[in-house]
Design a protein around this ligand. Structure first.
Ligand code: ATP
Ligand code: MG
Length: 398
């Protein structure tokens, strides 16, 4: 007997808040689930106060489940099978579902919402429990069962659940509003995106390119990374900044050891201006203390000094190996390690200063009038809309 689930029962994560906050949480989670389910024909999302039900209406249960597991704000998901109010049919389905599981311990737990059903809870538990014992290798453990066979007797039908899987936890994306992520083609910034989404922050991205020193392949790589990030939020805007003119000015006017520092300060100024225009409340980077010369505490201080919005650095204390594990889990690692030219690497000087000072950075920046360049970068930025499950979007740029 091959059985497919009819309904996914969704429970909420991290819900310690009550009242209006809980309402916002549930409303947003429902909206995000609805958006994620858009590609599945017939699927219907219905919310109640403490659960969300996703009716599959024939859609593939495994595919829907996999998609639901990417959505932040969900703690657990149960796959339930709908059966008639008939003890024979209920037993048959429970046995069939348990046959698909590796033998372990179980317990049947019934909730009888329909009190007119002829059998009481205990009788249902016993009937299903006996049938499972007789027909499978599972054993009963009433105190600490590995599998709970949940039976919910409703007015018109019965739901039976065997599998409860973990959701992505965290908060629904958007509950904190928006932030602007500086997205490079590297390993770190996509991982920073993942953790930001998980805390409920919706992202827009800004990427700096320096054509002709950086190629269209480098931009495509960044768009491929952004496409992976749509697992967490169904759509993402990538603002592409043409950084070449400003970088050439930096190369011309700034002493070599300070070029990276000044370049970073310019990136922050541009991202900051763009973020305010796009109503973002913070900047986010993939920076991590100590990785490279531009990420010493001194550098972080000198770079942060030009920002008006707060800069969040989700990976600031992470070890590289731990960042890589997450990058592998979210599927960005293989894209990030493709060879490419980053605007930073193209102009990287041989000996960048590791302990820059704010007063020196300010002094060097007086060498040229950078503000018009910064403004031009913001005004001429091009926006690419990346959506979940779409092929390539690079054509949209031109
Ligand atoms: P990543 O792997 O994220 O590129 P990294 O360890 O290579 O990080 P850097 O290249 O120094 O470190 O970059 C630090 C951060 O600056 C990045 O995580 C990213 O947020 C931002 N950044 C660097 N280059 C760019 C770029 N071309 N466009 C947008 N943001 C960038
Ligand atoms: Mg990088």
């Amino acid at each position: 007997m091959d059985i497919k689930a009819d309904i996914c029962v969704i429970r909420f994560a991290e819900l310690s808040t009550k009242g209006k906050n809980k309402k916002d949480f549930v409303r947003l989670l429902r909206k995000n689930i609805n958006e994620a389910m858009r590609g599945f024909d017939g699927v219907k999302v219905v919310g109640s106060f403490d659960r969300i039900y996703v009716y599959l209406n024939g859609a593939d249960d495994k595919t829907v489940l996999a998609r639901l597991q990417q959505i932040f704000g969900i703690s657990t998901i149960s796959l339930a099978v709908k059966v008639e109010q008939d003890i024979e049919k209920m037993t048959e389905v429970a046995v069939a579902l348990m046959k698909r599981e590796t033998p372990t311990t179980f317990k049947v737990v019934t909730r009888r919402a329909d009190k007119t059903f002829p059998l009481v809870t205990d009788q249902i538990n016993r009937a299903l429990g006996m049938a499972i014992l007789d027909n499978t290798a599972h054993l009963v453990d009433v105190h600490n069962p590995k599998i709970k066979v949940l039976v919910e007797v409703r007015p018109a039908e019965v739901y039976i659940t065997v599998n409860t899987v973990q959701g992505a936890h965290g908060f629904p994306v958007g509950i904190q509003g928006k932030a602007m992520l500086l997205l490079s083609g590297g390993i770190d910034s996509p991982v920073a995106a993942y953790f930001s989404n998980k805390r409920g922050i919706e992202l827009e991205c800004v990427h700096f390119q320096s054509p002709p020193y950086t190629s269209i392949a480098a931009l495509n790589k960044v768009l491929d990374l952004a496409r992976k990030l749509t697992a967490g939020q169904s759509e993402i805007r990538v603002h592409v900044i043409n950084f070449t003119d400003l970088q050439l000015q930096i190369n011309h006017y700034i002493p070599e050891s300070y070029r990276i520092t000044i370049m970073r300060r310019m990136m922050i100024r541009i991202a900051d201006g763009l973020a305010k225009k796009r109503k973002c409340k913070a900047l986010i980077t993939g920076e991590c203390v100590g990785q490279v010369a531009s990420q010493t505490l001194d550098s972080i201080q000198v770079i942060s000094d030009v920002a008006v919005l707060p800069i969040l650095r989700p990976l600031v204390m992470f070890d590289k190996n731990d960042i890589i594990s997450v990058a592998e889990k979210i599927g960005t690692f293989d894209i990030s390690i493709r060879p490419f030219e980053d605007c930073c690497t193209v102009f990287t000087p041989i000996n960048p200063v590791t302990r820059p000072a704010i007063y020196k950075a300010e002094f060097y920046e007086k060498a040229f009038d950078y503000l018009p360049y910064v403004i031009e970068c913001i005004e001429k930025s091009e926006t690419i809309f990346v959506k979940y499950n779409e092929k390539r979007a690079e054509d949209a740029l031109f």
